[in-house]
Design a protein around this ligand. Sequence first.
Ligand SMILES: Nc1ncnc2c1ncn2[C@@H]1O[C@H](COP(=O)(O)OP(=O)(O)OP(=O)(O)O)[C@@H](O)[C@H]1O
Ligand SMILES: [Mg+2]
Length: 285
Amino acid sequence: MTTRNLLEVTNLSVKFPLLKRGLLSKQVGEFTAVDQVSFEVQRGSVLGIVGESGSGKTTLVRAILRAIEPSSGSVLFQGNDGAVDLCQLTHKQLMPLRTQMQMIFQDPFASLNPRMKVADIIAEPLVIHHPEQHLQHRQQVIKMLERVGLEADSLHRFPHAFSGGQRQRIGIARALILNPSLVICDEAVSALDVSVQAQVLNLLADLQEEMNLTYIFVAHDLNVVHHFCERALVMYRGAVVESGPVDQIFTSPQHDYTKLLLSAIPSLDPDIKLAPLDRNSLDLG
Ligand SMILES: Nc1ncnc2c1ncn2[C@@H]1O[C@H](COP(=O)(O)OP(=O)(O)OP(=O)(O)O)[C@@H](O)[C@H]1O
Ligand SMILES: [Mg+2]
C-alpha cells in the first residue's frame, strides 16, 4: 500500500445468515449487508459515508475494525509498525493495533457505562492497554478532559449528570486518550441539536489538526458531510454506488440514488424550489 494512505479497503463483504424462524433456527440463506466495497483513506483526511438507513454503513465500519467478521476482502492499515491486513490477523494480534483505531458512537449514553465516573470512563482504555504506566493516567485524563472542553470537576461525576453534547465530549475524550491515528465516527453528531452539533464538529476539526487524526465519518445528514468531509462514499443496499470529492458529488451527482438523496435535503433558501425525484422511476440497480 502507498504510505500516503492510512487505510485501503478492497472488496470487503459482510454476509449475515438468514435464519428460518422456529424452535430450532435453521439457516436458509445469506443476506449481503456489505457488498464488495473498496475505497482508500488518505492519512489526515476525512472520508464521509452516506446512505439511507439499512444501507450497510455501520456494518461496513464495524467490519473494518473487525468488530464484525468480514466474509471476504482485505483491509490494509498503515500501523505504527508498518502495513498489515486487518482481516488476516488473529484477535490477539489485533489487540495492540486497537489503540490506533477508535470509534465514536451516536449515542454516548448507551456507550458510556452509567455506573462509572467520568475519570474512570476516560482512563479505562489506558488501564487496559498501558497498565504499566498507571502513575501517568490521571494526568493524561485531566489533560484530555480539558482538551475536549470539559471542566475539571467533571471527573468525579457520572454520565447522567451531563448534557448530550457534554456526553459526546466524554466519548471523544475516551476515544482519543490512546492517541489513535484512525477515528471512525458513526453518526457521532446525529443525536445532537444543530448548535451543539456545530460545536462538536468544530471540536473534532480542531482535534484532527492537533492530533494528526484521520476520520471516517458516517452520517445520514448530507449537509454535515458536505461541510465536514473532503471525500465521500454513497452506499446503497450494501454497495458503494458513487464516490469522490464531496463538492463533485454535491454539484454533479452521477448515480440516480445520489440524486435522490440530494433531492431530499431541505434547502435553507426559500427561493430554491425542491425538485423531488420519483423513486419508482429511478434505475437504482
Ligand atoms: N447482526 C446482524 N444480523 C443480521 N442482519 C444484520 C445484522 N446487523 C445488521 N444487519 C442488517 O444489515 C443491514 C445494514 O445494517 P446497518 O446497521 O449497517 O445499516 P446502516 O446503514 O448503519 O443504517 P442506519 O443509518 O440506520 O444506522 C440492515 O438490513 C440490517 O438489518
Ligand atoms: Mg448505522
